[in-house]
Write a protein that binds this ligand. Structure first.
Ligand code: URA
Length: 264
């Protein structure tokens, strides 16, 4: 029978080889190994250690290095996505619409998927729904450049139909990585598709909105989609429901709430 130290060194060696192999696979563009899985596949205690931390200062430096190493940038995620053909939307899209805005935003908006204008320009929320979203952002006292904006799927569904579950499944590991990279203090899910996909539920948006939900440790506020507001009008009940939701978001972020009074 092998001694504890022999078994431990074999385990350590296997764990280090497995880690290196998984990292190679990820770098070569294999999808489906999100970073959090990388860190849970091989427990930290089994990672090969070149030098054990001896002092508190060493431990602090090691902890800082671990955080820096585990932080994936949006550029890395975009590169990893490549000229994506992971689902059928890849065939019909003009441009992949990754996301736009501040990579360190305190607030992220997640929509459903690109429409015709977004598909042409390669940027989310640049058409009519985008103008309505810009109005909401401005009404909150913020600028579009302050926030980060992305969608549940990165390629336009034909005829602007809602994204299908296989398309959402193919795209969601990348959305999760984007959200973990930005690590905002609040996520706003715009509309049914975004809220249901992120929270993995079939609950109607009308039941979910107005309350914070948990998304991987980040508070998520579902609200109505800007396109819905375009249909219902600028002084509709749904418009004011969105404003109420945004007031909660501003209060959560400890930002000033601009005064808006409802027109009678
Ligand atoms: N609708 C969305 O959900 N996202 C966009 O980017 C544009 C319109």
């Amino acid at each position: 029978m092998k001694s504890y130290s022999t078994r431990h060194s074999i385990q350590t060696h296997l764990a280090a080889s497995l880690t290196a192999y998984l990292e190679d696979l990820q770098e070569s563009g294999l999808d489906g190994i999100p970073p959090e899985l990388m860190s849970t596949t091989v427990p930290d205690t089994m990672r090969q250690q070149t030098s054990a931390p001896k002092t508190d200062r060493d431990r602090t430096i090691n902890a800082q290095q671990n955080v820096a190493e585990s932080h994936e940038t949006l550029e890395q995620i975009r590169k990893n996505l490549g000229p994506c053909q992971r689902c059928k939307l890849g065939v019909t899209r003009k441009n992949l619409v990754f996301g736009v805005g501040n990579p360190r935003a305190r607030l992220v908006f997640v929509g459903e998927g690109p429409g015709a204008d977004e598909d042409t320009q390669g940027e989310p929320f640049v058409g009519d729904a985008g103008k309505m979203l810009n109005r909401i952002i401005t009404a909150m006292g913020l600028k579009r450049e302050d926030v980060y904006i992305c969608n549940v799927v990165k390629c336009r569904p034909p005829q602007n139909r809602p994204p299908e579950s296989d398309e959402i499944s193919a795209c969601s590991p990348f959305l999760l990585r984007q959200l973990q990279s930005v690590r905002p203090e609040v996520i706003v899910a715009l509309g049914t598709s975004a809220a249901q996909a992120l929270l993995q539920t079939k609950t109607p948006i009308s039941k979910m909105r107005g309350k914070f939900h948990d998304f991987h440790g980040m508070p998520l506020m579902p609200t109505y989609h800007p396109s819905y507001l375009l249909r219902t009008g600028g002084n509709s009940d749904s418009f004011w429901s969105v404003w109420d939701d945004m007031v909660q978001v501003l209060q959560f972020l400890k930002l000033p709430v601009p005064d808006k009074s409802r027109k009678k």
